[in-house]
Design a protein around this ligand. Structure first.
Ligand SMILES: Cc1ncc(COP(=O)(O)O)c(C=O)c1O
Length: 372
């Protein structure tokens, strides 16, 4: 019998799925996959339910409901001062995941080169290498840069200065940027999210992706939105037309309601999540676990060197932790194509206090049983 696609067949199950399956088997506390314990806002859940009951259950427009596209344009204006034409510059997708795929399909051709930052979220490949190394990654064939800021898994929020350096490289090499900004509102303390699109010369080279999943704590809904000028959006829309064509209308309707919430909602997201981060960090500090700086996202990176057995890597460590401690963390090597670190793991803190406390208790009990 002929085989399926060789490239795709070569990939294993994602680490998130594998660890979640192991978690179920060992009834472990799951700080692996990034989804909140939160049930989502009642007003949005109600809006989605009512829209179905009211009978809006047929194909919505391919570009997305007008109300949602208008809401995305208004959101761009409200938070970033971007003037966006909702009719020609906004596309609704089935999650940021589809938006990324549409972006790659719509912009790339065989032979084009793409610059990625490691560690990368697994849909594409520390942080910000030295600038000369970044510059050297560009070539005349570079068509696209993929930037995820705030960055999963590193918890890094790119500064204006770093973005300006990148913008100069993009302009010099006549490239495009796909900016995965799904954590745009999940930043902490003094950190500020700055869309690359707002930098000089970047408006017509940048595709900006947002996700309702992260902004409204409803990761299962898979509603994403792309903002880009028509010359970029047109081919991407062609990809979307073949990939999903559309996204459930009730969810689009409810997300439009969500994007219209007042400033206080959006401004409250970072501080609320920072509280959970700090709860986890305090517990880790008490156990003497070093962590990397975390200015945004759902995630913090832990250095587990002192617990690694000789020859044990982060993957084996995480498996051992599920089985022996009943706690799921994600090995950071999953986010690298080349030369992965072996002593770092990712923990998700977008959880209830009770989940975070249970995770810390399990880790503490397990740590007490480890050789000194
Ligand atoms: C950086 C990043 N991009 C995209 C996604 C996927 O977003 P969505 O659920 O909207 O497809 C995630 C989900 O964890 C993510 O962390």
């Amino acid at each position: 019998m002929k085989a399926g696609n060789a490239t795709l067949s070569g990939y294993g199950t994602t680490i998130f799925e594998a660890m979640s399956a192991l978690a179920r088997e060992h009834t472990a506390v799951n700080l692996g996959q990034g989804f909140p314990d939160d049930r989502g806002r009642l007003d949005l859940r109600r809006a989605a339910a009512d829209y179905v009951i009211d009978g809006h259950n047929q194909y919505p427009p391919m570009m997305g409901l007008a109300a949602l596209r208008q809401a995305v344009a208004a959101h761009n204006r409200r938070f970033y001062g971007l003037d966006v034409d909702w009719q020609t510059e906004v596309l609704v997708t089935s999650g940021a995941t589809e938006a990324l795929l549409d972006g790659f399909l719509g912009l790339l051709e065989a032979g084009d080169e793409v610059v990625l930052f490691e560690p990368v979220y697994d849909t594409y490949v520390p942080v910000i290498r030295p600038r000369d190394e970044l510059a050297a990654a560009f070539s005349p064939r570079t068509k696209l840069v993929v930037l995820n800021s705030p960055m999963n898994p590193a918890g890094k929020v790119f500064s204006r200065d770093e973005l300006a350096f990148l913008a100069e490289l993009i302009a010099r090499h006549d490239a495009f940027a796909i900016c995965d900004e799904v954590y745009e509102h999940l930043v902490f303390g003094d950190a500020r999210h700055i869309p690359l699109m707002t930098l000089p010369g970047m408006r017509d080279r940048t595709l900006r992706i947002g996700s309702a999943g992260k902004t409204f704590s409803i990761t299962g809904w898979k509603v994403g939105y792309i903002t880009a000028q028509p010359h970029m959006l047109r081919p991407i829309t062609k990809a979307h037309q073949f990939v999903t064509f559309t996204t459930p209308p009730n969810l689009q309707h409810a997300v439009a309601v969500g994007l219209g919430l007042d400033d206080a909602y959006f401004q409250g997201l970072g501080p609320a999540l920072a509280r959970s981060r700090d709860r986890l960090l305090a517990g880790l500090a008490a156990l003497g676990v070093p962590v990397l700086t975390c200015d945004g996202t759902y995630f913090v990176v832990l250095d587990v060197s002192r617990w690694l057995r000789p020859d044990e890597d982060d993957i084996a460590f995480c498996r051992r932790l599920v089985i022996d401690a009943g706690l799921v963390l994600i090995p950071m090597s999953a986010f690298y194509e080349t030369a992965p670190p072996r002593h770092l793991v990712r923990a998700c803190f977008c959880k209830d206090d009770a989940t975070i406390d249970a995770a810390l208790q399990r880790l503490a009990a397990w740590a007490a049983r480890q050789p000194a």
